[in-house]
Design a protein around this ligand. Structure first.
Ligand code: DGY
Length: 426
């Protein structure tokens, strides 16, 4: 049974493989996405290590001079996606978007290197990628934490990957729509509109893009110019985990300066994350830097921070919180608490389960010695696959498959989970 699932997952990775990069799914997302690729490489590495390294190398070949790694690389034309390269107008030789995405590369590269069968290849590739990932991390702290708080902000919901999370609702009231040029959405032609962000949200997404474009995509200006500056504990948790794992890798490769700088980031970042802890809820919450206030929303971002090297008591509290959620949903881990009236089990990041999030939370819990719950989360992920196939996301009550189908990173995570459980492909 699990062998069949792995074979099907490998087939999906191959179907979506365009040679040097993998599309998340054909139609809905026809280009290379940043964190999709880094997590996809984990699945690819289980059957083709060379291909996995190439996935991440291709992404970093499009790193900006200032260190940023964009969230989309528009390798070739495809008018089936909005907003395409002409809307971003970033002026890159190969067009890219002008914002970034959760920096999972440090974690992925360290993991690929640690378990590589081809050690020589892994060392060669890791040595090449190490300074590039370090430059990206430093870019975050320079451009997205200008006051040196230890935590970075996102300036567009697309950067979090959790586009329409309830976390952004209040802050989005500040983002205007005047001056937004007329546009035609393509996402709703590929996926059920009830599973996607609303038109009102899209107008604000586009307003932010137009605003940043008008500033020439100058990252020295964008943070302060954005009416949307949100400190996301999940995003920061991913960055801190990547800094931590990059430090380990750098030490192994004798790159002591990178190791020391990364360790210092982890230390100050983990300490700063404490400001986002909500003792009553037993999880972290987002912080709105413009409003100067915590966001009133118990989203999965506050649980995803378990992926970071946070103190064990924090992981244990997050585990209790997830067990509480398990009483309210059939499957784990919903992207929002169903007790909140704003929860919507079908609409993208307002309730549905995402397997990449499950994977990262389970991994972080395991590192904190909370293996039972980690196994329960893995089992939920496998149950969803068994019931509904390799969807983009799932309704946590019914397992209804939502968004795009035959989804790359869902397949990659299933391979990771099953191989982690010791059921390797024969
Ligand atoms: C989309 O187009 O839905 C993406 O999430 C933006 O990256």
């Amino acid at each position: 049974m699990s062998e069949n699932i792995i074979n099907r997952a490998v087939e999906i990775l191959r179907q979506n493989d365009l040679g040097d990069y993998t599309v998340p799914t054909h139609g809905l997302y026809p280009f290379q996405w940043n964190w999709d690729s880094c997590l996809t490489a984990l699945g690819q590495s289980q059957f083709d290590e060379g291909r996995a390294w190439r996935e991440i190398e291709t992404l970093f070949a499009h790193q900006w001079d200032d260190g940023m790694v964009p969230h989309i690389i528009f390798h070739k034309e495809d008018d089936g996606y909005f907003p395409g390269p002409e809307i971003w107008a970033t002026g890159r030789p190969v067009p890219t978007s002008g914002i970034t995405q959760p920096p999972v590369a440090g974690f992925s590269v360290a993991r690929l290197a640690a378990r590589a069968k081809n050690k020589a290849l892994a060392e060669e590739k890791a040595r090449l990628l190490l300074p590039k990932i370090q430059a990206w991390h430093e870019w975050f702290y320079r451009c997205r934490d200008p006051e040196g708080t230890g935590l970075v902000a996102i300036i567009h919901p697309w950067e979090s990957g959790r586009d329409n999370s309830i976390d952004w609702d209040e802050a989005f009231k500040r983002v205007p729509t005047e001056g937004v040029l007329p546009f035609v959405r393509r996402d709703t032609q590929h996926a059920n509109p009830d599973h996607r962000p609303t038109q009102a949200q899209y107008e604000r997404y586009v307003w932010l893009v137009q605003r940043f474009r008008s500033l020439g995509w100058d990252n020295d200006k964008l943070h302060d110019a954005s009416p949307f500056q949100l400190v996301d504990p999940g995003f920061n948790g991913i960055l801190l985990r990547s800094c931590n794992d990059l430090a380990d890798l750098a030490e192994q490769l004798g790159e002591n300066a990178i190791a020391a700088a990364s360790r210092a980031r982890v230390e100050s970042g983990v300490a700063a994350l404490e400001q986002l802890w909500d003792e009553g809820l037993g999880q972290y919450r987002c912080f709105d830097r413009v409003a100067g206030a915590a966001v009133d929303s118990a989203s999965v971002a506050g649980l995803l921070a378990a992926f970071a090297p946070i103190p064990q008591p924090r992981k244990a509290a997050i585990a209790r919180r997830i067990s509480e959620l398990a009483n309210r949903t059939r499957y784990l881990v919903p992207s929002h608490d169903p007790a909140d009236p704003r929860f919507d089990g079908l609409r993208y990041w307002r309730g549905p389960i995402w397997l990449i999030v499950n994977f990262m939370i389970a991994d972080g819990l395991r590192q904190g010695g909370l293996s039972d719950l980690a196994e329960q989360i893995d089992q939920s992920s496998l149950d969803l696959i068994g019931k509904a196939g390799f969807a983009e996301y799932y309704d946590p009550m019914t397992a209804e498959p939502c968004g795009g189908a035959t989804f790359t990173w869902t397949a990659a995570m299933v391979i990771e989970i099953l191989v982690g459980l010791g059921m390797e492909q024969k």
